[in-house]
Design a protein around this ligand. Structure first.
Ligand SMILES: C[S@@+](CC[C@H](N)C(=O)[O-])C[C@H]1O[C@@H](n2cnc3c(N)ncnc32)[C@H](O)[C@@H]1O
Length: 269
């Protein structure tokens, strides 16, 4: 989605990511350019707007956190995130840790090698299966300092996890020093969701289920807010449609609008 955004969407982009197209490789790029491609239909634009918005929002929050003294950026379920490979100058002093499921991280390592991309010296990759291992145990395998102000992103992951695994990760994050922060995305229960006319509400969930990665956890904002407070977070803020428009969409063509499903929240320890 981030690569498609670079290729198809008008300027100014929501997220500038010159690495993503290199990372996905020539075959995926060819599929994107296929004239019958599915990336120009409304539901694809909505999903893409959501994906680039969540990355941009997390990175903007990260910039603020670094200005406030954050020393570590931990990407939980990093997937094909490319921040570590296009770091702005303000990130160079950060310790960046990409945490992911072993299977996904193996695919990413392979793709990075094929693309000739190497991690910068301030980046480490760590495998953790959130369903099987505690975050802190996994982080013990790399040089994370649990007493340092840390920023976490957890984008596009909670919907794939059992609630117990989500709770365990949140409780671990909340053990980091006061002022540490997480930006996470969540999916609302189907009945709460706004969709574009013509798209069945469950179609994205059905598509990911069909490839063997079903959505299993849904949250309304009220439930998630309680959960975050109970896990040890103090300040919880949901990104509203109006804020997203004001921050990112108002000065750009309407080829890509504010997505109906935003599902983004920041929480401070
Ligand atoms: C849709 S991708 C999102 C990737 C990236 N955060 C982004 O915003 O593009 C979902 C990610 O969640 C990870 N994930 C799913 N289940 C997991 C688990 N049990 N343990 C660790 N990571 C998991 C996948 O490996 C994948 O990287």
């Amino acid at each position: 989605m981030r690569a498609v955004h670079q290729l198809f969407d008008a300027y100014p982009r929501i997220l500038d990511d010159p690495i993503s197209a290199r990372l996905i490789g020539p075959e995926a790029l060819q599929q994107i350019h296929d004239p019958a491609n599915r990336y120009r239909i409304p539901s694809a634009r909505e999903l893409r707007a959501h994906v680039v918005l969540r990355s941009r929002f997390a990175e903007d929050r990260l910039a603020g956190a670094v200005a406030d003294g954050a020393k570590q950026y931990i990407l939980l379920g990093a997937g094909f995130d490319t921040f570590a490979f296009r770091q702005p100058a303000w990130a160079r002093e950060l310790k960046i840790i990409e945490v992911d499921h072993p299977a996904t991280q193996a695919v990413k390592r392979n793709r990075l090698a094929l693309a000739g991309l190497t991690e910068s010296p301030n980046t480490q990759l760590v495998t953790i299966d959130f369903e099987r291992e505690s975050l802190l145990d996994g982080l013990n395998r790399c040089s994370v300092a649990v007493d340092q102000l840390t920023f976490f992103s957890w984008l596009g992951v909670t919907m794939y996890l059992q609630e117990a695994a989500i709770d365990a990760v949140l409780r671990s994050v909340a053990l980091f020093p006061a002022g540490s922060q997480i930006v996470l995305s969540f999916t609302q229960p189907p009945a709460n969701r706004v969709t574009t006319a013509g798209e069945a509400p469950r179609s994205l969930a059905q598509r990911v289920a069909a490839i063997g990665e079903p959505f299993i956890s849904y949250f309304g904002p009220e439930v998630l807010e309680v959960k975050l407070h109970q896990s040890g977070f103090s300040k919880v803020e949901f990104l509203s449609s109006a804020e997203a428009r004001e921050l990112y969409f108002k000065n750009r063509p309407d080829d890509l609008g504010v997505p109906p499903r935003i599902g983004l929240v920041s929480a401070v320890v």
